[in-house]
Design a protein around this ligand. Structure first.
Ligand code: FES
Length: 110
């Protein structure tokens, strides 16, 4: 059984889109991007491997199109399901994943 509090409900993430989540931890808070594709959820740290900037164009608002997440700073494009940069200035690098799972409709850290 997973004792971590839920980050959100799966339905809180619009299908094909993303939301932000803030996680408080003893070592400090971190900002996550939570993405949804149907019944699957993916999470990455909100830090672009290009220049370390947040990927959102406004707080908690992300550019997500056709399974791709686009960094608002310089357009690096990441595959939602792997975090791999498939186009743009840091092509071949990856977003840092955060370990999550969906349990009874709740998105939780593993
Ligand atoms: S900081 Fe994301 S593309 Fe430059």
């Amino acid at each position: 059984m997973n004792a971590n509090p839920p980050l959100c409900r799966l339905e809180d993430i619009p299908d094909g889109d993303a939301i932000a989540a803030r996680v408080e931890a003893p070592a400090g808070a971190c900002e996550l991007i939570l993405l949804r594709q149907g019944e699957q959820a993916f999470a990455y740290h909100n830090e672009c491997p290009h220049q370390g900037r947040h990927l959102d164009y406004a707080p908690g608002r992300f550019l997500v199109r056709d399974g791709r997440l686009i960094c608002a700073a310089h357009g690096a494009t990441f595959a939602v399901d792997s975090g791999e940069c498939i186009a743009g200035p840091c092509r071949g690098s990856r977003l840092a994943p955060a370990p999550i799972e969906v349990v009874d409709g709740a998105v939780v850290l593993r």
